[in-house]
Design a protein around this ligand. Sequence first.
Ligand code: UDP
Ligand code: UDP
Length: 456
Amino acid sequence: MASSDDRAGAARRPRIVLVPSAGMGHLAPFSRLAVALSTVHACDVSLVVFLPTVSSAESAHLDSLFAALPSMSRLDLRLPPLDAPEFAGADPFYAHYEASRRSTPLLLPPLLAGADALIADISLASVAIPMANELHLPCYVLFTSSATMFSLYAYFPAHLEAATGGGGDADVPGVGRIPRSSFPQALRDPGNLFTQQFVSNGRSLTRADGILVNTFDALEPEAVAALRRGDVSSRPGFFPPVFTVGLLSPVSFPAARARAPADYTAWLDAQPERSVVYVSFGSRKALAREQLDELARGLEASGCRFLWVVKGAVVDRDDGAGLGELLGEGFLERVQGRAMVTKAWVEQGEVLKHPAVGMFVSHCGWNSLTEALASGVPVLAWPRFADQRVNAGVVARGGAGVWVERWSWEGEEGVVKGDEVAEMVKSVTRRLGRRQRASGRMRPGPSPAAGRGTGA
Ligand code: UDP
Ligand code: UDP
């Protein structure tokens, strides 16, 4: 018979504290990990919430998550306002990272009593790792983008030291060349808040107990192998174990489904299989006015069915413009019947699984790409910012999407004209149709017309 100690041991579930940072691109994978740890791996999970959140999307998501997972405890940390002049005009998500970074070592330790491990977002790495080391608490980092992007992240401090004249392309050991043109734009400015965080976090990684990446080995074999060998380390001979934990499964909560407008689901239900182009540029940025106009023109001229999620401002709370104002009077009437355009939050994981969806015009946020991969929906890549060029390269090389490299950074590569958008959407749709007929099922792959993206 088991002793009382054994019984206590058997009953004790490991307590894991998760520390995500700002933005749905970070919160969504943490939620997925929380659900997996609680329901599959029998852990007691606590989730840290830095308040106030930047976007309403995050607040709504948190409400749904805690309602769906009542066993998870919520650890709220209220952030002091970042009102110093240096933060005026900063990207609100990066400013939130900075406020969270400053508060973590002061406010988090009292909440960690009884914890067995901490899993922190990459944006907090250089504050969370030393804090946990001091408390003798194992500390893991969840990297919410691709393994290829992570290799750049980890190698970047060494790249800066090796580089002269401000640095050029990065030759990441074991991974290959990542052109400077694919780095997050902010990294060109050493004084940028994001750059300082990026370098400091990159240096700290060697002291983590492990790194979790939302990818799988076959998707990025070179990057994963280089990470596991520690080739990318900024401190030769030291690199923590790297675990590929992807693809983390999207979770859909009843409360979120109830909040989502029903019209797009009903509309999708009425469309033929694989006929709809889904268009979304994620939760972080709005397209510039001129590009928005050209995209509208292109989608209209393509003659295709489409579901388009339009974002008019960086932060959803500031996004007051109506669709008519954003897209021009008459647009919605002209595409009526074959298109659904919304400014609402859609449950994207579900949209991509819907049988009517045949293609995804995506900004290449990593979560969006993992959702497309998991649903077998091919991607027309249009990276705009941050890690998205590197990710576009991953998806194009992996044969799950098409990337014309000129379709890229906001403002720098020029505006992609409506005619070109229309031609590309039509050509990818035609090719997919042919493949579907030939094989009886759709398989994504690169377009000969487009060439393959090689941005990373
Ligand atoms: N998302 C969603 N509905 C929307 C917009 C975004 O569900 O209307 C989700 C999307 O499925 C993904 C996350 O928000 O899980 C965005 O993360 P991603 O890394 O794709 O891009 P980011 O928004 O960080 O640029
Ligand atoms: N990132 C970074 N420095 C940080 C926090 C994040 O470089 O301090 C990484 C992030 O994990 C991703 C890329 O940079 O690889 C873009 O992240 P960001 O949060 O800017 O964009 P999002 O994920 O919200 O689209």
